[in-house]
Ligand binder design. Structure first.
Ligand code: DGT
Ligand code: CA
Ligand code: CA
Ligand code: ZN
Length: 580
């Protein structure tokens, strides 16, 4: 940890103490120390090594020990205890412009707010504005602060962070003395956006590894470089930087560290409680009975020793994953995927031909695909007029006749118009094997138009519509989801026999994890599609898979895991039911 980070850490202790209702004198003293460290021109490392930290103004023996602990370990007992004591989502409120520690303490103590989401609820309900010292103006400022934080794009999309993490892992793997390397943190959990990349490596000489890591050619800035941890930033495009933390751990702790640094914090808190009930202690070094380590070498051993099922990383969010009934083995895998049911060709806005897409899909081992070019109203995407669509249908059928070992289905990504009507008449849709219905225009609500929910439901009533494409229309960090009532949409999907898409493009990941869960609970079948616009686009399937995992989707929930005949039966069933 460098000087300014240590200063920030002391400031954070003061903030957390204040949220916790700590002693005023203590709080002020931590703030003073933070300032002293920040302003100091002395070399803290050198002072620490010479045991001379107490020469700094206002620094006593206890404080000196704390600073030393920060330098050596990157954290301190005081900070960890406070973080463990407070609700995990509470400190995040400090990042909202307009929310200081006093206000965070106030909303927690009086309204039981424990997270940003819960703060939003009390803003909506008007409860926040009623608190003494708050009022409409400051609530407005806080609401704007939340909106800013959420839209500022401070987090990196998974589709950018994951490949970068993989490339860094490969570089670390090649360093001398490295035995194992794994991605940890939110990347391993497959979150749709990433705060920073966490990498874990097993080696003996941590210092040597970290030295080489911080001098990798792609490093822009070195934030910290120590014996067990290095923090750097790398460029992630548009001049934006992304932080990467590398931690080096010994063999006997590798599994425990992987478990700890994969998180989430909330999952770890839950797991630690399970350990505590068994009179065991769990941390990043191992699982301990008294002083003796009983697990730590392998991550699985930790779960096993605690008598809980091994939880796949994507489900480690403390959303019921410790339930003994959970059947994680049945989660859908990439190997279960038999097809991709949403892709474009040169006929609309894609880069490859029908044949090229089909050959690429065949190379991936897919059994069938659906070519779904844009419909006539999607003019910016070169949508197909009725005449062009007729010719395209013929071309797809011909391509299918000429290729072996894969079936090419005639599909369409048909716009849902503002009035809820489909962009093509029934005569055209009836010639398709597979119809994806998507909203691409007039996404904002208001006026006399139907709401996004009503438009979606109207489309689902259409007998030819098989699946709703990218149902909420969000673009990560770029466009908010449409204002939709997902419960109503799920109910209508179930009633009409319509599927919902998990659009696997990392810019979308729509449905998102929580909606996937909701759809599955409502008995709705999902289809994981890449929406590929060129042959490499198929590679995005893995983002859809991790999103499906986060929503708990099993193989039997996913339409493109079905054999083709079974899928066709479902399509036929809906047509009969709603036209018959
Ligand atoms: P991110 O980077 O915001 O996308 O999310 P994470 O989950 O990667 O968070 P990060 O990078 O701050 O920390 C990586 C993991 O390390 C986190 O998921 C759990 C663990 N961890 C870090 N700090 C704490 C802590 O104070 N308490 C607990 N229980 N776990 C922590
Ligand atoms: Ca992280
Ligand atoms: Ca991190
Ligand atoms: Zn599309």
């Amino acid at each position: 940890m460098n000087q300014s980070e240590i200063a920030k850490a002391f400031e954070r202790i003061a903030d957390l103490l204040e949220i916790d209702g700590g002693d005023r004198f203590r709080i002020n003293s931590y703030r003073r120390i933070s300032r002293t460290i920040k302003d100091s021109t002395e070399d803290l490392d050198a002072l620490s090594k010479a045991n001379k930290l107490t020469t700094l103004p206002g620094v006593g023996k206890g404080t000196a020990e704390r600073i030393q602990q920060f330098i050596e370990t990157g954290t301190s007992d005081v900070l960890q205890e406070l973080e463990a004591k407070l609700p995990p989502g509470l400190p995040a409120l400090l990042e909202i412009p307009g929310m200081g520690p006093k206000k965070v303490a106030q909303v927690h103590d009086t309204l039981d707010v424990k997270s940003v989401d819960e703060l939003k609820v009390v803003i909506e309900s008007g409860a926040l504005a009623k608190l003494p010292g708050l009022g409409a103006a400051s609530v407005k400022k806080i609401a704007e602060g939340i909106a800013f934080l959420e839209s500022s794009g401070g987090r990196t999309p998974l589709g950018i962070a994951w490949p970068m993490a993989e490339a860094l892992v490969e570089k670390v793997r090649r360093l001398t003395g490295v035995r194992r390397v794994e991605i940890a943190g939110s990347v391993r959990r497959g979150k749709d956006t990433i705060g920073d990349i966490d990498i874990l490596c097993e080696a003996d000489d941590g210092e040597a590894i970290i030295k080489q890591f911080v001098s990798f050619s792609d490093v822009k800035r070195v934030l910290a470089s120590g014996a067990t941890k290095g923090s750097v930033t790398v460029e992630r495009g548009n001049g934006k930087e992304l932080q990467v933390d590398l931690r080096v751990v010994p063999t006997e702790s590798f599994g425990a560290a992987l478990q700890y640094f994969t998180g989430s914090k909330e999952h770890n808190v839950g797991l630690r409680e399970i350990a505590a009930k068994k009179k065991l202690r769990l941390n990043e070094y191992g699982l301990y009975k008294g002083e003796q380590s009983i697990a730590g070498l392998r991550e699985e051993d930790i779960y096993q020793a605690l008598d809980v099922s091994f939880v796949p990383p994507e489900l480690r969010e403390d959303r019921g994953e410790f339930d003994r009934e959970a059947n994680f083995e049945a989660l859908v895998t990439l190997a279960d995927i038999r097809s991709d049911l949403h892709m474009h060709t040169v006929a609309s806005d894609g880069k490859n031909t029908i044949d090229e897409m089909a050959e690429a899909a065949k190379a991936l081992g897919y059994e069938y695909i659906a070519i779904c070019d844009h419909s006539k109203s999607s003019t910016i995407a070169n949508g197909l007029s009725i005449e062009r669509m007729q010719a395209h249908i013929k071309a797809i059928r011909e391509a299918n006749d000429c290729i072996d070992d894969i079936t090419i289905l005639v599909g369409s990504e048909c716009d849902i118009l503002p009035d809820g009507e489909m962009d093509y008449p029934a005569e055209i849709l009836a010639q398709c094997d597979w119809v994806v219905a998507s909203i691409h225009s007039a996404m904002g609500s208001g006026g006399k138009k139907l709401s996004a929910t009503e438009r979606t439901i109207a489309a689902m009533e259409n007998p030819y519509v098989c699946v709703i494409g990218h149902p909420t229309g969000r673009l990560i960090n770029r466009r908010k989801p449409m204002d939709m009532d997902m419960a109503t949409v799920v109910e209508a999907a179930k009633r009409t026999g319509t599927m919902l898409e998990i659009n696997a493009a990392w810019q979308r990941l729509d449905l998102k994890d929580g909606h996937v869960r909701q759809a599955i609970a409502g008995g709705v079948m999902l289809s994981i599609n890449t929406d590929a616009h060129h042959t490499q686009g198929f590679e995005q399937m893995r983002y859809g898979i991790v999103t499906a995992h986060r929503g708990g989707a099993k193989k039997h929930d996913i339409a493109n895991c079905l054999p083709l005949e079974k899928l066709q039966q479902r399509v036929a069933q809906k047509r009969q039911r709603t036209t018959g």
